[in-house]
Design a protein around this ligand. Structure first.
Ligand SMILES: [Zn+2]
Length: 363
């Protein structure tokens, strides 16, 4: 009898454990961090340079295929669209699928369900990666239209990056041939606008509900010459967005790892990787304390066919070689931390990022 009782008890315990394991995980906050052009060689180089990466704290690791619907080797527009919508698209397309149909982005959906949303980049916010989260155009080069969609249609709560020139007419020092002052349009929609690093450092977010910070006419310089830094902006963004009791979605891009790759500049890849990893540290610090934040770090593609052919761990230097000035089709790593992280382990496709984030938002 005792034995039967034990068997029943063991069964009940096992059953409840398996029920628990099937409980859906729903992170309150999601931070997606994209290292543009960040392949495994870039990460290896960054680790050699920095000694230890914050990225190493992320224990769930996977690999993603990155091909677009028309090319084996993706560009940032198609790569970011796969992550922002869960749908593949053609190279250069933004926020639409392979058939040209407009697709909702995870950021737009997060807005719709009452979460706060933000974009933090070290490039113009009209550039391919950020644009894929907030705009829908057939060609990434339509930055004039992208700016207009951001200003008039998107409901993102925070933008920190650069590129005010795309929002202003030529008469006001911008690049628009029309007469639209989209900064004014955004101010009327409730955005508090800053464009100088001092304004960023002195900003009291207490009475600010929507923030637009654009710190250069087009793109900012290479690290470490950027003010504010990606890590500083990430910290501010988290402080800003985490005030929302319903949670937030934040996309952070280490935009210029890619450009150092296009330039075949190995030394600059080290600096950009260190800069991006500082921002990863900020996000992980918050996630660790918060306990209800999923952090995903990945890349849209690799750039340069970068290879490490020599180096020194003790001297923290690498000798890098490149096989192209463009992107390559090698799989990119994905790292995840926090509730829901396990979904990113193993092999996957870049659309997994968008699909999973949607799933977590919709649960
Ligand atoms: Zn690129």
């Amino acid at each position: 009898m005792k034995r039967i009782k034990f068997v029943i008890l063991a069964f009940v315990v096992l059953f409840s454990i398996s029920l628990q394991a099937q409980q859906p995980v729903k992170p309150k906050n999601i931070i997606l961090m994209i290292g543009d052009g960040m392949g495994l060689a870039q990460i290896s180089a960054g680790k050699t340079y920095k000694g230890q990466l914050n990225l190493e704290k992320m224990k769930v690791i996977g690999l993603l295929t990155t091909y677009s619907c028309d090319e084996y080797v993706t560009d940032s527009a198609a790569g970011a669209t796969a992550m922002s919508t869960g749908y593949k698209t053609k190279n250069v397309a933004i926020g639409i699928d392979c058939n040209g149909e407009k697709r909702e982005t995870v950021l737009e959906h997060a807005n719709k369900i009452g979460k706060s949303t933000g974009i933090v980049v070290v490039c113009a916010i009209t550039h391919a990666t950020p644009a894929a989260f907030v705009a829908h155009v057939p060609d990434r080069n339509m930055q004039i239209e992208i700016a207009e969609q951001i200003a008039k249609e998107a409901n993102t709560d925070l933008y920190l990056g650069t590129g005010w020139g795309w929002f202003l007419p030529k008469s006001k020092g911008g690049r628009r041939n029309d007469t639209l002052d989209l900064i004014e349009v955004m101010k009327k929609r409730g955005y508090f606008y800053i464009s100088k690093p001092e304004e960023f450092y002195n900003l009291d977010i207490k009475n600010v509900n929507k923030l637009l910070g654009l710190f250069a006419e087009n793109h900012p310089p290479y690290a470490p010459d950027r003010k504010p830094t990606l890590a500083e902006m990430t910290k501010k963004a988290i402080e800003f967005l985490s005030r929302d009791k319903d949670g937030f979605f934040l996309m952070v891009e280490g935009s210029q790892i890619d450009w150092a790759g296009h330039d075949n500049n190995s030394d600059q890849i080290l600096k950009e990787m260190a800069d991006f990893d500082d921002a990863i540290g900020v996000a992980l610090d918050f996630a660790q304390k918060d306990g209800n934040t999923l952090v995903i770090v990945t890349a849209d593609h690799e750039t340069g066919g970068y290879a490490l052919v020599n180096g020194s761990v003790s001297e923290r230097k690498v000798e890098g070689k490149f096989i192209t000035k463009s992107h390559t089709g090698i799989m990119v790593p994905v790292f995840a931390f926090g509730p829901g992280a396990e979904a990113f382990a193993g092999f996957g496709d870049n659309t997994l990022i968008g699909k999973k984030i949607f799933e977590y938002l919709k649960k």
